[in-house]
Design a protein around this ligand. Structure first.
Ligand code: AMP
Length: 172
């Protein structure tokens, strides 16, 4: 999908390392029109009646997930990096190119088995989103869909999501 969101996204070559083109969303966040449009469009991506709560992945998933939850009258659940959550936690670790990463959620974050929309800024290899899906299931939630600002469709991220559909505002 191509739309004016794309005009606010800046390509930064060779960040954080050579060969990576970093999709910089800070011009989108800095623009009152761009930021409002991104939240309005995220709200349209997935039928709000199909989910009960929004989970955002630290940290750029928080930037979009909280205003989306506020707009739609939903609650927000943070999926965090290790060592940040104070109460009892569930964890999922996943492979990176070098080493592993971990995401965590409070064990009581999704009591009552709610249906969950997962929000993040960008889907690349899909490792982070796949871990978030596994984590949500571990604590009793049902991942309904993933809502993203950007999808890098030349990477096989979508195939890793175990049947959970992904929707993005901009696809490269
Ligand atoms: P992945 O687990 O490979 O799907 O990576 C997803 C996470 O890494 C997202 O939360 C993004 O914030 C970040 N990320 C990965 N690749 C890029 C990129 N080319 N530009 C900006 N952010 C990226």
């Amino acid at each position: 999908m191509s739309n004016s969101i794309e005009s606010y996204i800046r390509d930064v070559p060779d960040f954080p390392k050579p060969g990576i083109v970093f999709k910089d969303i800070t011009p989108l966040l800095a623009s009152p029109e761009g930021l409002q449009l991104s939240i309005d469009m995220l709200a349209e991506l997935v039928d709000p009646d199909s989910y009960d709560v929004i989970a955002g992945i630290e940290s750029r998933g928080f930037i979009f997930g909280v205003p989306l939850a506020t707009k739609l009258g939903k609650g927000f659940v943070p999926i965090r990096k290790p060592g940040k959550l104070p109460y009892t936690r569930e964890s999922v670790s996943y492979e990176l190119e070098y080493g592993t990463d971990t995401v965590e959620i409070h064990t009581d974050a999704l009591e009552g088995t709610p249906r969950v929309l997962i929000v993040d800024d960008l889907l690349a290899t899909g490792g982070t989103m796949a871990a978030a899906i596994e984590l949500i299931r571990k604590v009793g939630g049902t991942p309904v869909a993933c809502a993203l600002v950007i999808e890098l469709s030349f990477l096989p991220g979508r195939a890793k999501l175990d049947g959970v559909p992904a929707h993005a505002l901009v696809t490269y």
